[in-house]
Design a binder for this molecule. Structure first.
Ligand SMILES: Nc1ncnc2c1ncn2[C@@H]1O[C@H](COP(=O)(O)OP(=O)(O)OP(=O)(O)O)[C@@H](O)[C@H]1O
Length: 253
């Protein structure tokens, strides 16, 4: 469980996060949506500890980062998994070496133990027989699977994904979304995803937070989003004709 209370973040004169409260539960896939520049990436990076908030608190399983000892902070780092935009794999490392990287950084496991775990997660994301391939030899969807395997290899409690579908065709995007949702449920991970993908909003939006100008403008589920009359959400989500028709059909049902 992650609880965010009154988060503010500015860069110089630019105030980006302006007092956000939110909570994210284990086993649930939560999506952050909003226009370009609304603060989604800054918010995700703040949850990850890459930005320090100017004000406000973030607690992980009831403990704020300020109250953690050095050892607890080290453990928290191991509990955070991240799928970066564009996968961010190391090009000169094989699939196996990419996925093993966090284990080498955070654990004292033997080579055999690490290899067992790497093979387990690669199997879990349906990537067999690719251990010795390099990222350039894989499709975009396969690279995302490697990025997901790397993010979950340390068995994290929290998983953050920045635009996990960017650059994928719609069908592969849904497969990747479903994989993230299955893993979230299976291992009871607290998952937060930044997305622009309206298919994801409709398919896996167990909880959706809509950011506008650094504030939480709206929160709900994918069902609520069909019914909402919040003008900013409607204008954002239903800007395409396809989604306007989907909403009309839903409301007429
Ligand atoms: N390190 C930084 N220094 C200064 N300004 C920053 C920094 N990071 C982000 N910003 C500013 O914060 C604002 C929000 O940026 P952010 O990347 O969070 O938006 P976003 O909602 O993720 O947009 P997009 O959907 O385009 O990725 C932008 O105006 C950006 O210029």
């Amino acid at each position: 469980m992650i609880e965010v209370k009154g988060i503010y973040k500015s860069f110089g004169e630019a105030s980006v996060l302006k007092g956000i409260d939110a909570s994210f539960e284990p086993g649930k896939t939560s999506l952050i949506i909003g226009q370009s520049g609304s603060g989604k990436t800054v918010f995700l990076k703040t949850l990850l500890g890459l930005h320090i908030p100017d004000q406000g608190t973030i607690s992980y399983n009831g403990q704020t980062t300020e109250s953690m000892s050095i050892e607890e902070k080290r453990q928290l780092k191991q509990d955070l998994g991240m799928v970066f935009q564009g996968s961010a794999l190391f090009d000169s490392l094989t699939v196996e070496e990419n996925v093993m990287f966090p284990l080498k950084m955070f654990t004292n496991q033997s080579k055999a133990e690490m290899l067992d775990r790497v093979n387990f997660v690669l199997n879990r994301v349906n990537l067999k027989n690719s251990n010795h391939k390099f990222p350039a030899e894989l499709s975009g969807g396969m690279q995302k699977r490697v990025a997901i395997a790397r993010a979950i290899v340390t068995n994290p409690k929290y998983l953050f994904c920045d635009e996990p579908n960017s650059g994928l065709d719609p069908r592969t995007a849904i497969v990747i979304d479903n994989l993230i949702q299955e893993i979230t449920d299976e291992y009871q991970i607290t998952t937060v995803i930044n997305t622009h993908d309206m298919n994801s909003v409709m398919e896996i939006g167990e909880k959706i937070i809509f950011l506008k100008d650094g504030l939480k403008e709206w929160e709900g589920t994918s069902n609520d989003i069909f019914k909402t009359d919040n003008e900013a959400v409607v204008n954002f989500v239903y800007s395409s004709n396809l989604f306007k028709k989907v909403r009309k059909a839903y409301l007429e049902e």
